[in-house]
Ligand binder design. Sequence first.
Ligand SMILES: [Zn+2]
Length: 119
Amino acid sequence: MTQNLPHHHGNSEEKIREHLPNREEITGVAEAMKQLGDPSRLQIFWLLCHCEECVLNIAALMNMTSPAVSHHLRLLKSSGLIVSRREGKEMYYRTADTDLAQTLHRTIETIARITCPEN
Ligand SMILES: [Zn+2]
């Protein structure tokens, strides 16, 4: 049996309670958004929404060292926002083909008023 709320403010409490995401469902989203809380990672994520690139090119585009870029790529990859592909000695990175990554891509562009080069 669910406990009644201490106060009533005219909200449809039952409906809200019913739809409240559980911790397991929301953890992956929170982790992904936490990783995008860093401006460099946000830029790298956005960049990889539009092209598949290697560490050296990302570093050149970002004006960063490749160890710094590698660090950000590891975090983005472990949160499931980007994927990598090996071709010979080279490793290529791009945004994951998931609803979450695509939604975050559009959200970043909407909030920051960035024009998507794909449009
Ligand atoms: Zn875009």
